[in-house]
Design a protein around this ligand. Structure first.
Ligand code: FMN
Length: 339
């Protein structure tokens, strides 16, 4: 049982699941929504061009249960980003987020993602165009930014603050701060999530110096006390890898913030059944859904058996919900496992 700091109003605090390419698709977000009714969920990054010219039914797939859910866009051309933001808002997304943090070579070649940390005026122009574009929507759809502290060897606080101030002046009221630099040369995207040192103090300082902005801390948050600790200094905590690999943590965090009892893992998974069966009926293979639940019994007795039954069975023709029940039975048979 986690004792919350009563001085903090946790109702005003946000938890979020990070945008993650290949991971946070609609199936994943539906599962995370069941675990964490109050969390803000983010799509995978979609390039503005893809939104405009690509297969929208696929790229913008979203189930109504996912709300509140943000669409993350990549790009650096204000007019294209504006058009894509409008399409996203019309599609029902509750927030449009601009990626200013991705360091991949492909993204650098396209001059977007983390490179944009060095182009605050362009980001401001993009944000401003996106805000104008989503205003046509009957609902308020905030335009937000996910950024790093800087790129390469930028370690100048004023430069970071200058980026935020320029973009905030264009109308962005919320910054998700992945609290480390992106090193654009020599590191893979994976290394760029691990090697540059985390400096949460910059995110906290941003909140102190710009209290009118919403600041969400991201990067390396791996436990419940850590997440709650960040909420004492910022408006929100965004979890990426930990939420994906250990989704029950997301549930525990949501329950702690809302003051609701934790539900057992089995019950949470069974709540996914109607969605999974509807998807199966629509021709979606079970593995597209169950790949996101493999970590549910992380570090639990029976966790390995759960993963094994699911991973092996899911490739057999006709795999359906009964496989998930078999995987659950494998955990229930393990001594010491709470129901
Ligand atoms: C598989 C994977 C894909 C990612 N894709 C994106 C993305 O599309 N957009 C983005 O802004 N960040 C992306 N990220 C970075 C995460 O959003 C997050 O900033 C990063 O993982 C640090 O948070 P964490 O330590 O809680 O995982 C990705 C991370 C991972 C692991």
């Amino acid at each position: 049982m986690i004792l919350l700091d009563k001085a903090l109003n946790y109702n005003e605090k946000m938890i979020a699941v990070a945008p993650m390419m290949d991971w946070t698709d609609s199936h994943c977000r539906v599962f995370h929504r069941l675990l964490a009714p109050s969390a803000r969920l983010y799509s995978e990054m979609v390039h503005a061009n893809a939104v405009i010219h690509g297969d929208r039914a696929k790229l913008l797939a979203m189930d109504p249960v996912e709300h509140p859910v943000a669409l993350q866009l990549g790009g650096s051309e204000p007019a294209l980003l504006a058009q894509a933001a409008r399409i996203g808002a019309e599609h029902g997304f509750d927030e449009i987020n601009l990626n200013c943090g991705c360091p991949s070579d492909r993204v650098q070649a396209g001059r977007f993602g983390a490179c944009l940390m060095r182009e605050p005026a362009l980001v401001a122009a993009s944000v401003s165009a996106m805000i104008d574009a989503v205003e046509v929507s009957s609902r308020p759809v905030p335009v937000t930014v996910k950024c790093r502290l800087g790129v390469d060897d930028d370690h100048d606080w004023d430069r970071f603050l200058g980026f935020v101030d320029t973009v905030a002046a264009a109308g962005c009221g919320m910054f998700v701060v992945h609290a480390r630099n992106a090193w654009l040369k020599g590191l893979s995207p994976k290394e760029n999530r691990e090697v540059p040192p985390l400096r949460y103090d910059w995110a906290y300082r941003l909140k102190r110096e710009r209290p009118q902005l919403q600041v969400v801390v991201n990067g390396g948050i791996a436990s419940l006390p850590e997440a709650l600790g960040h909420l004492a200094h910022a408006d929100g905590a965004m979890l990426g890898r930990a939420a994906y690999h250990e989704p029950y943590l997301l549930h525990r965090l949501d329950a702690a913030l809302r003051g609701t009892p934790e539900q057992p893992r089995q019950a949470l998974l069974r709540a996914l059944r109607p969605y999974a069966e509807a998807q199966l009926a629509a021709g979606v293979p079970l593995r597209h859904i169950t790949r996101h639940v493999l970590g549910l019994f992380h570090a639990q007795p029976g966790g390995r058996a759960f993963r094994q039954v699911l991973s092996e069975g899911v490739h057999r023709p006709g795999a359906d919900w009964s496989l998930v029940e078999r995987a659950l039975a494998a955990t229930a048979g393990t001594p010491g496992l709470a129901a």
